[in-house]
Design a protein around this ligand. Structure first.
Ligand code: PLP
Length: 393
């Protein structure tokens, strides 16, 4: 297996667990138990029942006729926007809350940037009646008021991180500090395929339901389990990991990963890690990240809050380096136009993160028979204000 994690928690040269010694026992407990728990029959039952009855899975695989006509190939949309809470993130938080319960944890912490992962975490904590503390940069709390209100309605405490730039990385530092202080009672739910081993692998496994469903759905619609191309946007890389997971070792299925170029890769306002990133350590993992020559993290920028992350998960760094995946960088303006186009052609308003994947089509050449599956990672309601302002709607 070339693209799954090895025994030491690495994908090629990326991954591992580079954390303070104080966190070793927490990660050790997780690492020793996560596969056993995930593969347990009863766990699988609980997980699949909640995915069906609470999240609303399986999500449809929709043939996008008008987009297909325009881009001259067969475009299918995996409708993760139809999941409860409006995006794929809940697939992971459902899995982790069940895992935390089985580890006997009484309290959940998480970090959030734009608030999407905070909402997905607060949702499952309400569902299971578990105490929930969300760390969020003070600047982000101001910028993302509706998500802060959602978390509070769901019963979570939202704690402001007041250090540094008061954004995501500062919230992450606070969450890690909390975990060090509460190792026995608390589980830390990380929201993407990032962080120290075993998080990237664990989150990828919880998201792998996406490609598992696609195999069965494509078989029914196209008489084959395998598309020619998979296309996903990448922030940390969890919706992409879910889309790719069951196809990684089948190199006939090509992979295209779309990052946010922001105002342009060379503009100084970008989040295109595949171009700008260098090997380093972020959130306890060795991966590609945007950093200065002396190793300070460069603040990323994208119009979409979910892609505004200075690194990619170690799996994706490995897929880039091994050339298993082709990476593209899409600017804010291309993404916004694609968001409008998808809305008008298919009657589905995408999250701006999702719109980045669609913007790639005008730069790609497919054959008319190519089957291209796009992960429709989230719905656009949360981005309505940004669309309104951008297009003067
Ligand atoms: C958070 C988010 C993303 C980016 O996160 P990944 O871990 O890369 O999937 C993409 N789309 C939507 C709708 C999101 O909420």
């Amino acid at each position: 297996m070339k693209y799954t994690v090895d025994k030491k928690g690495f994908y090629g040269k990326y991954g591992g667990a580079f954390v303070p010694e104080m966190l070793f026992p927490n990660l050790d407990e997780l690492e020793k138990n996560y596969n056993k728990i995930i593969n347990d029959k009863e766990f699988q039952n609980d997980y699949n029942n909640l995915l069906r009855d609470y999240v609303g899975r399986p999500t449809p695989l929709f043939f996008a006729e008008r987009l297909s006509e325009k881009y001259k190939c067969k475009i299918y949309l995996k409708r993760e926007d139809l999941c409860h809470t409006g995006a794929h993130k809940i697939n992971n938080t459902i899995g982790q809350i069940l895992l935390a319960k089985r580890l006997g944890k009484k309290r959940i912490i998480a970090e959030t940037g734009a608030g999407q992962h905070g909402v997905a975490t607060a949702t499952v904590c309400a569902l299971k009646g578990i105490e929930c503390v969300i760390y969020m940069g003070a600047v982000d709390i101001k910028r993302q008021a509706p998500n802060v209100a959602r978390m509070k309605m769901l019963g979570a405490s939202v704690v402001a991180a007041e250090s540094g730039s008061k954004t995501l990385k500062d919230a992450t530092n606070e969450a890690i500090r909390d975990w060090i202080n509460n190792p026995i009672t608390t589980h830390y739910i990380i929201g993407s395929v990032v962080g120290p081993h075993p998080y990237p692998d664990m989150v990828a496994k919880f998201q792998s339901i996406v490609s598992e469903e696609i195999k069965a759905q494509l078989l029914e619609k196209e008489n084959t389990q395998n598309p020619n191309y998979l296309l996903a946007n990448i922030g940390g890389g969890s919706n992409a990991a879910g889309l790719y997971y069951n196809y990684l070792e089948n190199e006939n299925v090509k992979i295209i990963s779309v990052e946010a170029a922001g105002e342009g890769v060379k503009s100084g306002k970008s989040a295109a890690t595949s171009v700008l990133g260098k090997t380093g350590i972020i959130h306890g993992s060795k991966t590609l990240l945007m950093q200065t020559n002396d190793g300070q993290i460069i603040e990323p920028y994208s119009i979409s809050a979910g892609l505004d992350y200075p690194g990619v998960g170690p799996l994706h760094a490995h897929l880039l380096e091994s050339k298993r995946a082709e990476f593209m960088s899409i600017t804010d303006s291309d993404a916004m136009l694609a968001g409008l186009e998808v809305s008008k052609l298919e009657g589905i308003i995408p999250a701006i993160e999702t719109a980045h994947a669609f913007a790639a089509f005008k730069y790609l050449d497919f054959k008319t028979n190519d089957i291209v599956v796009v992960n429709f990672s989230g719905r656009g309601d949360k981005d309505l204000d940004t669309y309104i302002e951008y297009f003067n709607l």
